[in-house]
Design a protein around this ligand. Structure first.
Ligand code: HEC
Length: 235
């Protein structure tokens, strides 16, 4: 080893120089790879997801679309929709419900403050000055609670909400429940959507009302011959 080194690079100074340059070079290379690692992984992950989506689409077309429709919108008397806001828990009323809740909570907060102040008034040792201050504040709170603008806004929101519900009547007839917008919640399902789909395929599930009774087509349902055999709507 000693001899070998001597043969390649004669002078000790040169050897130190070559060693240092090699070390710095390796560090720069490692740094470069490390910096680019995230981008490289992201690109792999993207490709991986894209492939698995493609593969899933193929599987869906081959195994599920005959019943659930090529676009996943289901077919009446055959199978429920999978590409549905219900299965993905989309809440069409959230916008109205959130604002109504906020307004109602404002009132509750004011009422709570009023109660605390009334308790203080009823207690002992309240100075005259403090009593006046509390009474002024309670009068303010009463005025704020009675504020007709808030009440009008709540009523407006409620009627918009009603309109939205009647606009959704077709979806509601097909099993979408505006008060329980998630199919998983509707069934009291505590697990993930993935596990819901998987267990449906293994055990079957009671159909949503729209597809009619006794069209049980997965797992045990299929095995027991409860599947729909005729297509009543084109998908
Ligand atoms: C033979 C027709 C048929 C085929 C093929 C079929 N399904 Fe279904 N699917 C149904 C019926 C009917 C229901 C309702 C009752 C049941 O699960 O048995 C249903 C229910 C479901 C549900 C539950 C929906 C809900 O809201 O309760 C999921 C998820 C589902 N299927 C996924 C799939 C997937 C994924 C495939 C392909 C791998 C598939 N199905 C293939 C007929 C079918």
């Amino acid at each position: 080893m000693h001899l070998f080194g001597r043969m390649l690079i004669e002078r000790i100074e040169n050897r130190i120089l070559v060693g240092t340059i090699a070390f710095v070079g390796i560090m720069v290379l490692v740094g470069w790879v490390a910096i680019n690692e995230n981008a490289r992984m992201a690109s792999f992950t993207r490709q991986y997801s894209a492939r698995s989506i493609e593969r899933g689409a193929e599987l869906f077309a081959a195994n599920c679309s005959t019943c659930h429709g090529t676009d996943g919108r289901g077919a009446q008397l055959r199978a429920p929709a999978l590409n549905s806001p219900h299965l993905f828990g989309f809440d069409y009323l959230a916008q109205w419900d959130d604002e109504i809740d906020t307004l109602n909570r404002e009132v509750e907060t004011l009422e709570a403050e009023k109660l605390t102040l009334q308790d203080e008034l009823a207690g002992e040792g309240v100075t005259e000055r403090r009593r006046e201050a509390i009474e002024t504040r309670i009068a303010e709170i009463d005025a704020e609670i009675a504020n007709p603008e808030r009440q009008a806004r709540i009523e407006e929101l409620q009627s918009e909400r009603e309109q939205q519900i009647s606009a959704m009547s077709a979806a509601i007839d097909l099993g979408y429940d505006p008060d329980v917008p998630s199919r998983l919640d509707q069934l009291g399902w505590g697990g993930t959507r993935e596990s819901f789909i998987q267990t449906t395929l293994i055990h079957g599930r009671r159909p949503v009302s729209a597809i009619g009774p006794r069209r049980w087509c997965h797992g045990a349902n299929a095995a027991a011959g409860h599947c729909a055999t005729t297509r009543s709507t084109t998908s």
